[in-house]
Design a protein around this ligand. Structure first.
Ligand code: CKP
Ligand code: MG
Length: 311
């Protein structure tokens, strides 16, 4: 496998028509989860990927499994348990103002433990992609991630991490102390500027890169939203801009698209600047589509799109 990822995927219910949920006439089911979104992005870009998770033995679990499998993601490590599959509602208001309401407490994925995992599968991957959501959903999931990264210390698996801080799942203080404890195990940190400020207490991206390197991250990418990204990767530092050519419809999933572009670049041995540029492009591109992963392009579509913007 090129990439293995562990995390929760839920059924996301999006109201129609758009606007306040109180006026909903119907809800359309989508599937959403930062880790599976990223894996789907990578699969569409031609990489071999596997998802480790747990779902309920219910119809919602079936819906998710079918959708993820249909995207070419290996799901042989997804367990079906007696607990429920999580859901959430996503309300998209004007100016891309999105509000999510989770119903995920006690879900099948939040009850995952280290005992449920096949460590051999993880050990054989080139990249292990993780996010802070798994650290936040439960004590057992948090413990599981710490155990995994600790066991991987002497292995050649590259740990790529997006903190994806969700203050609906934990407090800023809990997020800060847990993530700072986790970062020394991380090879590549992909982090938003607001998240970096929450962890470090300042807004300077250049200083943040130095701080994260001192904590132990080998490579650091700071996402600056519409201003692009700043990075230190494979000993090279730089900054890329993000051409604003997209009409934003649904911003959720942009971070996962960014991650898939970056990880794809690593796997293809691209120069850091190019990987970060493509990551920025993908992050912007998918906001034109409703749903968290639906807009990811294939490798072929991506090369055509990149040629168009570079010409
Ligand atoms: O940071 P992003 O907008 O790319 O993340 C979106 C995902 O996993 C979304 O699909 C949702 O299910 C979640 O983050 C979450 O648990 O909030
Ligand atoms: Mg994110």
């Amino acid at each position: 496998m090129d990439v293995v990822s562990i995390g929760e995927t839920m059924v996301a219910l999006i109201n129609e028509p758009r606007g306040y949920i109180r006026h909903a006439e119907s809800f359309k089911p989508h599937i959403a989860g930062a880790e599976s979104n990223t894996l789907i992005g990578l699969s569409r870009l031609g990489h071999q990927v596997s998802w480790i998770s747990a779902l309920g033995s219910d119809e919602l679990g079936e819906l998710i499994l079918r959708a993820v499998r249909a995207e070419g993601v290996d799901t042989s490590q997804v367990r079906r348990t007696e607990y429920r599959t999580g859901i959430f509602f996503k309300e998209i208001l004007p100016n891309s103002n999105v509000s999510v309401t989770y119903y995920r407490e006690g879900s099948a994925a939040s009850r995952m433990t280290g005992a449920d995992l096949d460590f051999e599968q993880i050990r054989k991957a080139k990249v292990l992609y993780l996010t802070g959501i798994t650290l936040a959903i439960s004590d057992s999931a948090r413990k599981m991630l710490f155990e995994i990264v600790d066991r991987l210390k002497d292995e050649h698996v590259r740990v790529v991490f997006d903190p994806n801080i969700r203050l609906k799942l934990w407090s800023a203080e809990e997020a800060r102390s847990t993530i700072l404890r986790f970062l020394p195990y991380v090879d590549d940190l992909i982090i938003g500027k607001a998240e970096a400020a929450l962890l470090l207490g300042h807004h300077d991206p250049v200083r943040a890169i130095e701080d994260f390197k001192n904590i132990g991250c080998k490579n650091v990418v700071i996402k600056l939203g519409k201003e692009g990204a700043a990075y230190f990767v494979n000993g090279e530092s730089g900054r890329v801009s993000n051409p604003q050519i997209f009409e934003e419809i649904d911003p959720v999933g942009a971070g996962d698209a960014f991650s898939s572009g970056y990880v794809s670049g690593i796997l293809n041995g691209k120069p850091p600047e190019q990987s970060v540029k493509e990551a920025c492009f993908l992050g912007g591109y998918i906001t034109q589509f409703t749903g968290d992963y639906e807009g990811f392009p294939s490798r072929k579509q991506l090369s055509v799109l990149l040629k168009t913007i570079n010409s």
